[in-house]
Design a protein around this ligand. Structure first.
Ligand code: DX5
Ligand code: ZN
Length: 219
């Protein structure tokens, strides 16, 4: 049985107190810090850029799992790597050459992830899976926190789990969007081993974070 990792999305944190929020989820036992980067072009919302990632870096030693919802993608990879990202995850639709983008991320010494929107098929991974460290299945359309889990994505998670196991490589399978204690269990049963959770982590404020994270883990 695989240990499940929890990656709180700071999209649901108090943006006026981000450093404190990151320290609080670290202390509450999260595994990674999920950073949602949105450009108002690839997705209909604008969030944060490399300067904020850099400012947050001294507040935790846990991995920064940076989800890039920006297009064109290649021009910003260096900046996020320098800012202290550990994992850089990109969408195939965000640039013309996914394989090249993955090579660039690896060339920067970072872990590379590929994220699939709800309508994007698992077969987009066929010729890149062996080269990446993480697959991120979007279980909502990217852009906003607090949306409902799209159940059809469970089938995609199952298919990707099989493909990952076939490679024999330790590729993480992460799910993002609409994760609560119920959908967390469904995603884990389908083969996910990393859960992103914004709303479900941050609800109730700092005193609730540890219990929220434990509940998502199924403890
Ligand atoms: C959506 C983001 C998600 C989002 C998840 O574009 O990629 O990480 O913050 O939020 P919840 O957990 O509230 O669905
Ligand atoms: Zn995300």
């Amino acid at each position: 049985i695989m240990p499940v990792r929890i990656a709180p999305s700071i999209l649901s944190a108090d943006f006026a107190n981000l450093g404190e929020e990151v320290r609080a989820i670290d202390a509450a036992g999260c595994d990674w810090i999920h950073v949602d980067v949105m450009d108002g072009h690839f997705v209909p919302n604008i969030t944060i850029g490399p300067m904020v990632v850099k400012a947050l870096r001294p507040h935790t030693t846990k991995p920064f799992d940076v989800h890039l919802m920006i297009s064109p993608i290649d021009a910003y990879l260096d900046a996020f790597a320098e800012a202290g990202a550990d994992i850089l995850t990109v969408h195939p639709e965000a640039g013309p050459h996914l394989h090249r983008t993955v090579q660039r991320i690896k060339g920067l010494g970072k872990k590379a992830g590929v994220s699939l929107n709800p309508a994007t098929p698992a077969k987009m991974l066929d010729y890149v899976l062996e080269d990446i460290d993480l697959v991120l299945v979007m279980s909502v359309n990217p852009g906003f926190g607090g949306q409902s889990f799209i159940t059809s994505q469970l089938r995609k998670i199952e298919a990707i789990r099989k493909a990952i196991d076939k490679t024999g490589k330790p590729i993480a399978l992460e799910v993002d969007g609409g994760i609560d204690t119920t959908t967390a269990r469904q995603a884990i049963d389908a083969g996910a081993d990393v859960l992103v959770a914004g709303t479900a982590t941050f609800r109730g404020g700092p005193s609730a974070y540890a219990a929220n994270i434990a509940a998502l883990r199924g403890d």
